[in-house]
Design a protein around this ligand. Sequence first.
Ligand code: ADP
Ligand code: MG
Length: 696
Amino acid sequence: METVKEYFGSNVFDDRVMKAMLPGNVYASLRETIDEGKPLDVSVANAVAAAMRDWAVEKGATHYTHWFQPLTGITAEKHDGFISPAPDGGVILEFSGKELIKGEPDASSFPSGGLRATFEARGYTAWDPTSYAFIKGKTLCIPTAFCAYGGAALDKKTPLLRSMETLSLQAKRILKLFGNASVKRVITNVGPEQEYFLVDKKLYDQRPDLRLTGRTLFGAPAPKGQEMDDHYFGVIKPRVAAFMEELNDELWKLGILAKTEHNEVAPAQHELAPIYSTVNVATDHNQLTMEIMQKVAARHGLVCLLHEKPFAGVNGSGKHNNWSITTDAGQNLLSPGETPYENAQFLLFLCAVIKAVDDYQDLLRISVATAGNDHRLGANEAPPAVVSIFLGDELTAVLEAIENDTPYRGTEKTQMKLGVDVLPKFNRDSTDRNRTSPFAFTGNKFEFRMLGSSNSIACANIMLNAAVAESLRIYADRLEGVEDFETALHDMIKKTIKDHKRILFNGNGYDDAWLAEAEKRGLTNYRTTADCMPHLLDQKNVDMLTSLGVFRPEELTSRCEIMLENYCKTILIEARTMVSMAKTQIAPAVEGFTADVAQNAARKKAFDGSLPCSYEAKLVSELSALTDEIALKTDALEKAVSAAADVADVIKQSAEIRDTVLPAMDALREACDTAETLTDKKCWPFPNYAELLFGV
Ligand code: ADP
Ligand code: MG
């Protein structure tokens, strides 16, 4: 049997394959494109394409596709065969450099938010050589960016690459000020921890809500939920273990560094974490991971739920985005250094992040906003919708000492003057953990914890990279050319701490007292997607994102529209699914059971002449009242849906849905869930929470 070492990356056209298959000069030139972003020569592209084709065909591939990430949030592919007719009636297998570099899918049905009229529907895809091509099934997949003619980005990769570029540029300016001019590139690294649920496929198939919306829209709590904490890190059941084993194999073949797996807090909930990689690659890999999780689950008679809140009453699923910045030489810029000099540089990068997160709290909230994730943020299981930073006691004390010109407790009473030779060495305290902070410093990286489980991690990292690049730009503008660098540096760090310390919070983020405190501090608290999304177009956000070249103004307008449309459509589909389930499944089930009970009472009366016993009488009257209630609430929801569906302006529509449809959904659910607790289980039209959560 092949060992992991042998088959790891076997389906990837990675550096090992390139080195082995490409002529030396072609390889060198491609490496320059990958590592330094140098433009690619056509002759090089032709040579690479030929090698890719030979390699892929050898591995049984028959087709190739440009693989891209449109604004739907999932990946897209359109397969083309390698075959081309030969004069002798046979075929030859062709794949040119041109086909590698550029594709023209007729992609008129992808959301563009008005960026592209249908009459000029042809977007084009462009090869991203920084993410390796790979084979999925019988298809060679080439990671690409997706743009409209005219260059406007129609995808998530393009702005992500731009954000990496601008962060690299600004960080290099800062490094130069610290005497480090040899760095060619500064890189963002990301390790996304992915949560998910596994449910039995046979049970899943019986629930229209799961099939149509990915979450349960009804369901009384099971007698047992997550209160015993016996699932978290518990022994993995054989069926789940078999799933995980096969998942790992598939991911490893694709060169995805799946590393850690464990049971999560909620029953049936699990997590997978890869080893971190460059954010662009991490994003591609996370998209692939989500896709392959679902495929592998199906082979095991399971369904992998990536929805943020598949079940009420137990934890939902998120994604922790572990983020750091390093140089191409491997120096982690968020790692406290060995010498005071390195520490001054570390503190500046730390301050850049603090300033970025405070200045652009709204953008970070927006970057994780979806109808699904709104159920988690602020629901005592995930960080609140308020963004804040956890630094831990030691770093907080260092910053306080700098701000107040007081001695830092860890040193021999030296003042925290940032004169680079006075700053103390401080320890990286890895025991200092806080699980409730949306944005936590964890020793040498930040962990952004607000992402939803189904979100592409691109959005969060675009905003993070851009906001930090903006801080660095402002710092570099101020520091370049000053006479007394050390004093200027000290003053600037001090000013950042003073101006932005409101964003620092080491306490319990799940506490209501924190929300009150956050409001006093003037931090934003956008509870829903409808609340936050319009702020994407606030002038300060547009200015920052466009001046750094991460987005064009029209790309932002289009994204705001698409995200809000997505919010509205998602909730309207959920609401319509509820109406249909209530009318055609739940109400008839309750009605039928009520009739059975009434009939029993009548039979009993005929038998012994007594009055119906209080059990039946009470049950019948309770159930009848609930049936009326269900009918009433269904009506109300239907009305709310049709009123909201008619609102043309998407900002108004999202607000209306938030204010009328969501409460009407809650009201209908409450009546139905109560009815479930009183109805004979045999009559209930679909599997209940206990079966779903403990059925694997
Ligand atoms: P946790 O305790 O939160 O599970 P881990 O130490 O297991 O944290 O790491 C979680 C994720 O963070 C992994 O994907 C890991 O590869 C990633 N990670 C570790 N170091 C870095 C770093 N310097 N930059 C980015 N991600 C990192
Ligand atoms: Mg974590």
